[in-house]
Ligand binder design. Sequence first.
Ligand SMILES: *[C@@H]1O[C@H](CO)[C@@H](O)[C@H](O)[C@H]1NC(C)=O
Ligand SMILES: *[C@@H]1O[C@H](CO)[C@@H](O)[C@H](O)[C@H]1NC(C)=O
Ligand SMILES: *[C@@H]1O[C@H](CO)[C@@H](O)[C@H](O)[C@H]1NC(C)=O
Ligand SMILES: *[C@@H]1O[C@H](CO)[C@@H](O)[C@H](O)[C@H]1NC(C)=O
Ligand SMILES: *[C@@H]1O[C@H](CO)[C@@H](O)[C@H](O)[C@H]1NC(C)=O
Ligand SMILES: *[C@@H]1O[C@H](CO)[C@@H](O)[C@H](O)[C@H]1NC(C)=O
Ligand SMILES: *[C@@H]1O[C@H](CO)[C@@H](O)[C@H](O)[C@H]1NC(C)=O
Ligand SMILES: *[C@@H]1O[C@H](CO)[C@@H](O)[C@H](O)[C@H]1NC(C)=O
Ligand SMILES: *[C@@H]1O[C@H](CO)[C@@H](O)[C@H](O)[C@H]1NC(C)=O
Ligand SMILES: *[C@@H]1O[C@H](CO)[C@@H](O)[C@H](O)[C@H]1NC(C)=O
Length: 875
Amino acid sequence: MILLSCFNLQGLSLLDLATARPAAGGIATDLQALLQFKAKITGDPHKIVESWNNSIPFCQWRGVTCCRKHRRVTKLDLKIPQEIGLLRRLEILDLTNNSISSEIPSNLSACTKLTVVDMTGNHLTGEIPTWLDLLSNLRVLGFYYNSLRGSIPPSLGNLSSLEKLGLSFNALSGIIPEALGQLTNLSFFSAQENAISGVVPTTMFNLSKIRLFDIGGNKIQGTLHSNLVISMPNVEFFSIESNQISGQIPISVSNFSNISVLQFHNNSFSGNVPSLEKLDKLFNLELGINHLGDGREGDLNFLCTLLNKTKLTFLHVGNNNFGGELPECISNFSSTLVGLVMSTNKIWGRIPNGIGNLINLEVLGVYQNQLSGPIPFEIGSLQKLTIFYAYGNFLSETIPHSIGNLTELTELSLDYNNLQGNIPSSLGNCQNLLLMSLSHNNLSGSIPSQVLGLSSMSILLDLSSNDLAGELPVTVGYMKNLGEFHVSQNRLSGLIPNNLGSCVSLEKLFLNDNLFEGPLPSSLSSLKGLEALDVSDNNLSGAIPDFLVSFSALKYLNLSFNDFEGVIPSEGVFKNASATFVEGNSKLCGGIPELHLSRCNTKTSSNTSHKLKIVIIVVTLGVALVFTCLLILWFTKKKERKLTTASVENSILRLSYQSIQRATDGFAMENLVGTGCFGSVYKRILEENGTVIAVKVLNLLNRGASRSFLTECEALKNIRHRNLVKILTAISSVDYKGNDFKALVYEFMENGSLDDWLHPSVNTNEQEMMRNLSFFQRVDVAVDVAHALEYLHHHCETSIIHCDLKPSNILLDNEMIGHIGDFGLAKILFADRLDHYANQSSSLGLRGTIGYAPPGKYMHFSSNFIIILYLLLCI
Ligand SMILES: *[C@@H]1O[C@H](CO)[C@@H](O)[C@H](O)[C@H]1NC(C)=O
Ligand SMILES: *[C@@H]1O[C@H](CO)[C@@H](O)[C@H](O)[C@H]1NC(C)=O
Ligand SMILES: *[C@@H]1O[C@H](CO)[C@@H](O)[C@H](O)[C@H]1NC(C)=O
Ligand SMILES: *[C@@H]1O[C@H](CO)[C@@H](O)[C@H](O)[C@H]1NC(C)=O
Ligand SMILES: *[C@@H]1O[C@H](CO)[C@@H](O)[C@H](O)[C@H]1NC(C)=O
Ligand SMILES: *[C@@H]1O[C@H](CO)[C@@H](O)[C@H](O)[C@H]1NC(C)=O
Ligand SMILES: *[C@@H]1O[C@H](CO)[C@@H](O)[C@H](O)[C@H]1NC(C)=O
Ligand SMILES: *[C@@H]1O[C@H](CO)[C@@H](O)[C@H](O)[C@H]1NC(C)=O
Ligand SMILES: *[C@@H]1O[C@H](CO)[C@@H](O)[C@H](O)[C@H]1NC(C)=O
Ligand SMILES: *[C@@H]1O[C@H](CO)[C@@H](O)[C@H](O)[C@H]1NC(C)=O
């Protein structure tokens, strides 16, 4: 027997190995799986698995490849040997999801008993062998996801028993052989995503047992006629999308009574769409990107044949030539509808009020049509809507206030319409918006601060070409992730707010054609990623700030028609006359000659004493500068730390149970960084400023416990020491189940706990193996801890005894400085219960972890302690 005997009869698929529960046992699982695999192999002429034994790590076994990081098996390279041909009685060959990279071995042709050959998901090369017809018993032939080239051999048409033929996702070319039309028992034919050309042989359309027919994503041409008989009464999935097929959609598709997915999109179909009335199981209908319709009334009649389709979920008819009024009947589509796209057609009329019935709609695209009338108030019922595109129509009246109900909305585009009135402040409720464009309307009034303060906004906020007035709200600074901000061509006035400098992700900033005045604020110097800045046609004044010179990404700078004054720089973007526009600023001078500005009146003098003065000044300044730099360097560390902590404090004031719950994705495992007896610790990144914090959610045994929690925390918050983990805030609330929810928010310590360093877990991966504390680092940590303890014991208002000091409570920051965590927790957590149980026997285990924390011992803090502690760390 040979290697491959294990693949069939015993039903073991290599996939079982490759995907063997990655999370569960890690490398131990992989080892087990490989050994089990080996055990089932009864012969091994190529001596591949013979070498698989414990004398070397399994990652070095022959044919086994591991990923470098986690030392997990990623690839088993077991070539298919020609000896496969000796398996004369082999019936099933299932090699799915491996990394076999050979050609299909020619000796396989000897295995004439084969009924199933499935090599899906490998790296097979070469062509599909013409001799496959020798395997005359084949029912299933699967080559999905390989790298096969060449054309489909016509000989496959002689495999009369073939039921499934899967060729999708290869690099096949050539044509679909007419002979395949002889495969009367074929029920699955899939050749999606290849480079197949030619026309579909009409014989294929007679395969009455077909359930899946998918030739999408090829280069297939030809013309279908409306009277072509596609006689596939059982077809459930029919796709010829993304080819070059023209003609009409055959009327016979209206007989596809079992169809679930019907895709004709991205071809050149024209004419009308037949009735789809009988297609009761329709789930996905895609007709987009064709030339369907005559631009006339009646084109969309077929839509009303889709009512009562209780499974209809996606409907795409966009990018066609459909005309006529948007039929009211769409209000009666099944409420299962998730996506409705009718964009880029010639559809007129109103968006029906009944659209509010489609309560599961997530995507609504009606852009680039001729729709008029208002956006219906009922849009507010579509509470799952995430994408709403209606730009390029004639929509009028005000944007309904109910749009604020669409809290899941991520993209809203209503530009190029005739919308009037104010921007509804309720849009401020749409806190998932990444993109919003309301440009080119007649919107008036001021910009609501709620809208300009949406911190989620990250792709684009475009309010340009409206009639907006008033000042730019200072809340603009909340949009720290915003890439593009356009408010040009309005009547905005006042100063450009300093807070705009907080939008540090900005790449495009267009403030032109407004009434802004005053200088360009110096805070804009933080917009270092700017690629385009246009402030033209305003009343801005003052000097041109120097920082613009250092914006290396800046490719377009328009300062024209303002009242700027002084010298224009000649460096950076100013070097490029085709990128910089400064005309209409009569007080500007200098710059490169191409800008055609007057020369500046600098007072130069050849007087030598003058020169001497300059030299003296320069030297003095230089010396002063060096000293200043040294001083700054000296203090930078402290300052930085203070600054970030202050900003963290500001933004965490608003934390609540809900926000923590949301930010940790409902306390999801992937955010969990550790659990202890006091509770679980989650890592969280503050949206507001990107700071990383750790949230410790306390285990509370009973309701109403720890009443004094907040007061205690307040006290602890004020205890500050370099070697204590700082408590930033505390949250006391009630969770969704009505239980007490208490959490402490700490600074996040990047290097985890000392415990992780001293006792790395057994499943060490490479990264963790790097963790090795040097002698001096250990001493440093010991000293850090000693400092903190001394502070807790002797320098706090009331001395605090940790009660649970152990390596896992000593945390290391990014500079490997030790910080004691969880100090005072014992006090907080047990204070109430102590009151409660005051008279009962107190075997509450207050004493912390046995062996580490005899309270009182540390009260007698001495210099010897450092040494003791050091020894402790080495355990
Ligand atoms: C283990 O495999 C090595 C080759 O990798 C081989 O030299 C050795 O003999 C094997 N040991 C046993 C006990 O099979
Ligand atoms: C492949 O088949 C040929 C012809 O049947 C035979 O001579 C040859 O030995 C086979 N190769 C192997 C490796 O089995
Ligand atoms: C092969 O892998 C793909 C992608 O990981 C997966 O969807 C498919 O179910 C796997 N095939 C089999 C037969 O398990
Ligand atoms: C199918 O088999 C018949 C008879 O064996 C043969 O004449 C014909 O050429 C084969 N067709 C193809 C396409 O190989
Ligand atoms: C086609 O399928 C039918 C029913 O499953 C079966 O009876 C028949 O033998 C098949 N035809 C061939 C050529 O295998
Ligand atoms: C399809 O089958 C019908 C009868 O079942 C037959 O009349 C017609 O010629 C066939 N068409 C093609 C293209 O084979
Ligand atoms: C449609 O599917 C059902 C079950 O899914 C099946 O019973 C029926 O034969 C299929 N064909 C037609 C034409 O309805
Ligand atoms: C639909 O099927 C019925 C019965 O099977 C048949 O009479 C009719 O001609 C078919 N219609 C089209 C357009 O193919
Ligand atoms: C939808 O179903 C209702 C009642 O079930 C029926 O009155 C109506 O005619 C059906 N509409 C279509 C287009 O099938
Ligand atoms: C807005 O949502 C609420 C529920 O959150 C719902 O009761 C109300 O009808 C919605 N408003 C509109 C206009 O749909």
